[in-house]
Design a protein around this ligand. Structure first.
Ligand SMILES: CC(C)(COP(=O)(O)OP(=O)(O)OC[C@H]1O[C@@H](n2cnc3c(N)ncnc32)[C@H](O)[C@@H]1OP(=O)(O)O)[C@@H](O)C(=O)NCCC(=O)NCCS
Length: 163
């Protein structure tokens, strides 16, 4: 079941960020700060944090966070997506991205961007976006650190067939 986050989910967001290898266990300041700012006002400014929870078990297994890009018309960025490693490869990430896309397009958003690393260790993550019809749009050399490039993907959002 996919739903929007409540303050009780903040700890899970940081925990899954660490468990999925995106952040180190001794520095959860990025996710901690993101969730504090979310409930302090960013939620009202159009940011949305989604939580995927096991049906009936109230166990959180994945999250995604999206925000509008300033000074654009209908462009958003998927800032973070992470699936608990025990549940990766089970279509949860795909379902979550599709849910986010659907949620955005129903609110008039038209373009979704996502940044990820160009490192070899992120090859499967890049493949994930390509499978979901994202196209590589830009590569910024040395973005995250020396020799660690950023790859930006884009997807034009279209109205779901079911509407
Ligand atoms: C990337 C991620 C969100 C994908 O979610 P998922 O639920 O594992 O993926 P799905 O089951 O929906 O789709 C599977 C496809 O995603 C890709 N994939 C990426 N990472 C994967 C992983 N750790 N395990 C399995 N598939 C993965 C593969 O292309 C796979 O297709 P394949 O089985 O044909 O190889 C998730 O694996 C994850 O949290 N990874 C670590 C954190 C991360 O990289 N986040 C994105 C940062 S920009």
């Amino acid at each position: 079941m996919i739903r929007t986050a409540t303050p009780e989910d903040a700890a899970f967001v940081s925990a899954v960020g660490v468990a999925s290898g995106m952040f180190s266990a001794d520095d959860t300041s990025v996710t901690d700060g993101m969730m504090v700012a979310y409930f302090a006002g960013n939620q009202d400014a159009g940011h949305v944090c989604f939580i995927d929870e096991l049906e009936g078990a109230s166990e959180c297994v994945a999250m995604a966070y999206v925000e509008p890009v300033r000074a654009t018309e209908g462009t958003c960025e998927l800032l973070m997506i992470a699936v608990d490693p025990r549940y990766q490869g089970q279509n949860r990430g795909t379902s979550l991205v599709r849910y986010v896309e659907d949620w955005l397009v129903r609110r008039g958003q038209r373009l979704l961007l996502v940044q990820t690393s160009g490192e070899d260790s992120y090859a499967r993550t890049r493949a994930f976006y390509v499978k979901l019809d994202y196209e590589p749009a830009a590569r910024v050399a040395d973005y995250y650190a020396p020799n660690v490039d950023m790859v930006m993907f884009r997807k034009a959002l279209t109205v779901p067939l079911s509407t």
